[in-house]
Write a protein that binds this ligand. Structure first.
Ligand code: ZN
Length: 133
């Protein structure tokens, strides 16, 4: 894994949270993007070399809606950049990690993504992401 690509934060109200994080960072998000496959709307902030992704649900069957029905708003996942996502999935499976989607899917921000179940990673939801060229 190359580096932390971004940190994902689950929020109830994207507008309100964009306002809050804009105040915190002293700047506005650089983009908003809807991910149909996940029923989420995301908003991205850059702070120096780091990226923060806010995620809000767009429907009740969204993973974010389910998460927020059981948890409070807050850090939802940590995403790591990889250069070969399929190779990394294979490696992690061999190491005993539970992969949520073995076939990478199109995520936000022009990335192929895959998730590692928090039950196999000390309670942390891990996202792997590879830039789509
Ligand atoms: Zn993410």
């Amino acid at each position: 894994m190359k580096k932390i690509e971004h940190i994902g934060i689950a929020v109830n109200d994207l507008e309100k949270s964009e306002e809050l994080f804009s105040k915190l960072f002293g700047k506005s998000p650089y983009k908003r993007e809807q991910v149909e496959s996940e029923s989420v709307i995301t908003s991205f902030f850059k702070t120096g070399p780091n990226k923060i992704e806010l995620l809000a649900a767009t429907s009740e069957d969204s993973a974010i809606a389910k998460y927020l029905s059981k948890n409070k708003e807050g850090i939802h996942h940590i995403a790591f950049e990889v250069s070969d996502i399929n190779k990394e999935i294979k490696r992690l499976k061999e190491e005993g990690f539970v992969i949520l989607n073995e076939i990478p899917k199109k995520g936000a921000d022009n990335k192929l993504v895959c998730f590692v179940h928090p039950k196999s990673a000390n309670g942390v939801l891990i996202e792997l992401c590879q830039e789509i060229k």
